[in-house]
Design a protein around this ligand. Structure first.
Ligand code: ADP
Ligand code: MG
Length: 204
């Protein structure tokens, strides 16, 4: 649990990022890493490229009904805005998208990373941008580098290509990190600007 009154504790928050197969295939690995690295407030503590297998892929995407309903409801809302209506209920739509995502992730390779720093998850979500690239703000990875949307991915019967996965909370990040990284793949090191950012020299 992070103590938001203690900078030493605050700097421990970790976010999990995975550049998905579309991001790797488009040759955007360096560009995407740079977006996170240049903030200064995030420290890279793990990085690897690999092909996920189907079993790992299944564990990655939340299997709860709540997540599927959220996914399905958002999709129905987006369709409605375009004057379309999918007769299926949100959970069926969520199931369908989830299965497509699981298969898609194994078409790898992917690049997984851990970024650490104060509010790492909020910061990484901000840099990543909205789930749907067409709605993502300019300046975000998805907004600048992808053009996909709900309609096109539905019509093409595939998951939305939005380049990367980003954890959505410190708790989920820790679960995802455990799933994708072994302890000895994660590295502790001192970043030069940390002392100033967290005023560590005053407490040490
Ligand atoms: P995010 O990646 O922004 O956290 P979600 O966790 O809600 O988004 O969804 C997981 C992934 O599922 C998205 O990144 C996207 O690739 C895909 N996705 C979400 N909604 C749809 C949809 N309606 N059609 C196709 N793919 C979708
Ligand atoms: Mg998500």
């Amino acid at each position: 649990m992070i103590d938001h009154k203690d900078p030493i504790s605050m700097k421990q928050e970790r976010a999990f990022i995975m550049i998905k197969p579309d991001g790797v295939a488009r040759g955007l690995v360096g560009e995407i890493i740079q977006r996170f690295e240049r903030t200064g407030g995030l420290k890279l503590t793990a990085l690897k490229m690999f092909y996920p297998d189907y079993e790992q892929s299944c564990k990655h995407y939340d299997n709860s009904d709540a997540w599927k309903i959220k996914l399905g409801t958002r999709t129905k809302d987006a369709q409605k805005a375009q004057g379309r209506e999918d007769p299926r209920d949100p959970i069926e739509i969520g199931n369908d998208i989830q299965e497509k995502l699981r298969n898609y992730l194994c078409q790898g390779p992917v690049v997984a990373m851990i970024w650490q720093g104060n509010q790492a998850n909020q910061l990484c979500r901000k840099i990543t941008g909205h789930t749907c690239p067409r709605d993502a703000a300019p300046g975000t990875v998805r907004g600048d580098l992808s053009v996909d949307d709900y309609d096109l991915s539905d019509a093409s019967n595939r998951p939305m290509y939005n380049l990367l996965h980003c954890s959505d909370s410190p708790e989920n990040a820790e679960l995802e990190i455990k799933r994708w990284f072994k302890e000895d793949e994660i590295h502790a090191w001192q970043k030069l600007d940390e002392a100033r950012l967290y005023e560590i020299w005053k407490s040490n």
